[in-house]
Design a protein around this ligand. Structure first.
Ligand SMILES: Nc1nc2c(ncn2[C@@H]2O[C@H](COP(=O)(O)OP(=O)(O)OP(=O)(O)O)[C@@H](O)[C@H]2O)c(=O)[nH]1
Ligand SMILES: [Mg+2]
Length: 446
């Protein structure tokens, strides 16, 4: 999903070869425009982005770095409008989240993924099976919930989804659940019957979150349906499913700017762990092919034990994340699925993420190189990457059988990603990594 944009951003940036070159800037902007439109970014959003990128580049002075900075800042601005990312808890539990969307958009899968996401963060979650339209819907939820050890409320003798929703709510209250996720029925298109049913469930539950699940591959149509849902029922956030597919990444930019609600999560695969809270800076950095240690750390730490998780978070905050941690994280990564999406987060490996589907981490060239370089480092160098001067770098390059350029590139990427991770894991950082890991409330204003 990121590949198309990442490649075209790179080619736009490469158009600028000389400073103060007006023609080069025009060329780069033209390439940027084409790539945004190709990625299905709405034309008005594209126009706005181009104007801001152009004026910021001029402000900073024409040059590759300045152009890159302008793209990053403006993409982040568009993606960050409209507030919250991730899950927000009501002040009084249970936090009720209504899961809505068209048929096949990914509601049920996303409901289970969200339940797993919250459970990993030590929340007690109940799922309610309120899709009575599709024959196998309840069965699908039963299976997914039992596979992932998620509590499910269903009632096969009841025909009214509103009643089931109410019963589930009393069970959630009695059982002191933190969160109630309500899976609802989808339709092929928005129709009166669906709206009516959802309105009734909404009135009965007064949910805190109303998530609209959009299939990333549905492009502008998906956004249109979200807009009309927002007008008719109201939505508090969009979740993009199937962001790992062949759809065009630009849809993410349309959620905030066209629908007017924040993009909260993205689904990046079929497995229960394949859900990420949407954090604009991280996505932008991945779009630019820079890797994303913060998400990687969060994903792995949610799976490895809590003590280790806290240590890693602390290290990132102090800027002490080093090559030994990097190797350890790589090992953890191997424990779970969707290598392709994870690869995009690892500095130095993001450029290859697009080329390979199922990657054997042990045998990939880039991974072998990264490992060879780290193995050629002394213990001291691994712990304090900052001591790596030219002599040391040359020795590492020789030891790994690579050029010093390779070593420099790897170190630069590692450094950038560490900085980014540090920023996001800090107190005011958007990711609020620590609170997520410790399962505390995210203190974002609503
Ligand atoms: N690759 C990929 N597949 C996904 C993702 N999310 C959902 N799917 C798949 O999309 C298909 C439909 O997902 P469901 O969760 O059943 O969709 P739904 O909206 O509940 O469908 P209905 O209940 O029929 O309206 C399933 O095969 C899922 O495995 C994702 O993020 N990535
Ligand atoms: Mg479903």
């Amino acid at each position: 999903m990121f590949d198309i944009l990442t490649d075209s951003f790179k080619s736009a940036i490469n158009k600028i070869r000389f400073s103060d070159d007006e023609k080069a800037l025009k060329n780069a902007l033209e390439t940027l425009k084409k790539s945004l439109l190709k990625a299905d970014v709405y034309h008005k959003v594209t126009k706005d982005l181009l104007l801001s990128v152009e004026s910021d580049t001029r402000k900073y002075g024409i040059g590759q770095q300045q152009f890159l900075r302008a793209i990053k800042e403006n993409l982040t601005r568009v993606l960050s409008s409209n507030g919250n990312q991730g899950f927000v808890f009501a002040s009084k539990p249970p936090t009720i989240a209504l899961m809505m969307g068209l048929q096949g958009s990914g509601k049920t899968t996303t409901t289970v993924k969200l339940a797993v996401y919250l459970k990993l963060r030590k929340r007690k979650v109940l799922v309610a099976a309120c899709d009575l339209q599709r024959l196998a819907a309840v069965e699908q939820l039963k299976q997914l919930c039992s596979q992932n050890e998620i509590d499910l409320y269903w009632n096969e003798s009841e025909k009214d989804p509103v009643k089931i929703a109410k019963e589930a709510l009393s069970k959630a209250k009695d059982g002191l659940y933190d969160v109630l996720l309500v899976d609802t029925a989808g339709r092929l298109a928005i129709d009166e019957e669906l709206m009516e049913e959802l309105s009734r469930i909404k009135n009965a539950l007064d949910p805190y979150e109303q998530f609209y699940v959009v299939d990333s591959m549905s492009g502008q149509d998906g956004l249109k349906s979200a807009i009309s849902f927002h007008e008719k029922i109201g939505i508090s956030g969009v979740i993009l499913s199937k962001y790992d597919g062949d759809g065009k990444g630009g849809i993410a930019l349309g959620v905030a700017s066209q629908v007017g609600v924040p993009l909260r999560f993205i689904g990046i695969g079929e497995k229960a762990h394949d859900l990420e809270s949407f954090i604009p800076e991280r996505i932008v950095s991945r779009l630019m092919g820079e890797g994303d240690l913060a998400t990687l750390a969060e994903k792995t730490t949610a799976i490895i034990d809590e003590k280790e998780a806290k240590q890693i978070t602390k290290k990132i905050q102090k800027g002490e994340f080093n090559f030994n941690d990097f190797l350890a994280q790589m090992e953890s990564v191997k424990k779970f699925g969707n290598m392709k999406s994870l690869l995009g987060m690892i500095p130095g490996l993001s450029s290859m993420a697009g080329q390979l589907k199922d990657i054997d981490l042990d045998n990939s060239v880039e991974m072998k190189r990264a490992k060879a370089m780290i193995n050629s480092m002394t213990l001291k160098e691994r712990i304090s990457p900052s001591i790596l001067n030219n002599t040391r770098k040359r020795r590492i390059a020789q030891g790994a059988g690579l050029s010093q350029i390779d070593v420099n590139r790897f170190l630069k990427q590692f450094e950038n990603a560490s900085k980014l991770a540090k920023r996001f894991s800090g107190k005011g950082g958007m990711a609020n990594l620590q609170s997520m890991l410790q399962g505390q409330n995210q203190k974002f204003p609503r």
